[in-house]
Design a protein around this ligand. Structure first.
Ligand SMILES: [Zn+2]
Length: 190
C-alpha cells in the first residue's frame, strides 16, 4: 500500500510559504531549548479550512483564545495565546497547526484522543496568537525530547510534501521572490 506521508495542510489555496526552513523572523533555531528550524508559515486568508497533513491522534487542542497580535515586536508578542491542534503520528512525531480560529476545532467535533485521517478537516485559520503582518498558518512537525534535567523540549524535523514541489528553505525562497517576497514581521523584509 502506498503511503503518502505528508500533504499540504489545506486545499483551497496555492501554497505560499512566507517563512521557510531556517526562518529568520520568529522561528529562531533554538529558543528556550526548543528548536524551530523546520517550522513553516503558509500565507492564508482567515477562515481557510485546515486539513491533517498526516493521519494520527489528537494530542493537544486549544481553541478558546481570543488573543491576537498583528504587530512586529517579539517581546510584545509573547503574551498572546494562539489556538492550535497537535496530531501525533504512528512514528511518535507530532504535527502542530497554529493560528486557528476560536472554536473552529470543536466545530469539527474533534476531541483529545480522536483519530484523524490524512486530509480530514481539523479547523480553520483565524486571528489567534502572533499573526504578524500576514495572516498565516504556522505548521511544524517535531519530536519531543528531554534535556539532562528531564525538561521536555521540541525538535522540529524537515519534511517533504507529496503534493508540493516548491522551495522550502527561507533563503532560497527569498532569492526566488527577490523584493516581491512577502515579509511577516520585519518591515525591512529581512
Ligand atoms: Zn510561524
Amino acid at each position: 500500500m502506498s503511503h503518502k506521508k505528508y500533504i499540504i495542510p489545506f486545499t483551497e489555496e496555492e501554497p505560499l510559504i512566507v517563512q521557510g526552513y531556517n526562518g529568520p523572523f520568529s522561528h529562531f533555531a533554538v529558543r528556550h531549548g526548543n528548536d524551530y528550524t523546520y517550522a513553516l508559515d503558509f500565507k492564508l486568508p482567515y477562515g481557510t479550512p485546515i486539513v491533517a497533513a498526516r493521519s494520527g491522534k489528537v494530542k493537544l487542542l486549544l481553541d478558546s483564545s481570543s488573543q491576537c497580535y498583528t504587530g512586529v515586536d517579539i517581546e510584545e508578542a509573547r503574551g498572546y495565546i494562539p489556538n492550535a491542534i497537535e496530531i501525533r503520528h504512528d512514528d511518535g512525531s507530532i504535527a502542530h497547526y497554529q493560528h486557528l480560529q476560536k472554536g473552529s476545532i470543536r466545530a469539527h467535533y474533534l476531541q483529545f484522543g480522536d483519530y484523524v485521517s490524512q486530509g480530514q478537516e481539523i479547523g480553520n485559520t483565524g486571528k489567534s496568537g502572533w499573526i504578524g503582518l500576514i495572516p498565516h498558518l504556522h505548521f511544524m512537525v517535531y519530536n519531543s525530547t528531554c534535556d539532562f534535567m528531564g525538561k521536555r523540549m521540541l525538535q522540529t524535523r524537515p519534511i517533504d510534501f507529496t503534493n508540493y514541489q516548491g522551495l522550502l528553505y527561507h533563503e532560497e525562497l527569498k532569492e526566488m521572490y527577490g523584493s516581491d517576497y512577502p515579509f511577516l514581521f520585519s518591515p525591512a523584509g529581512v
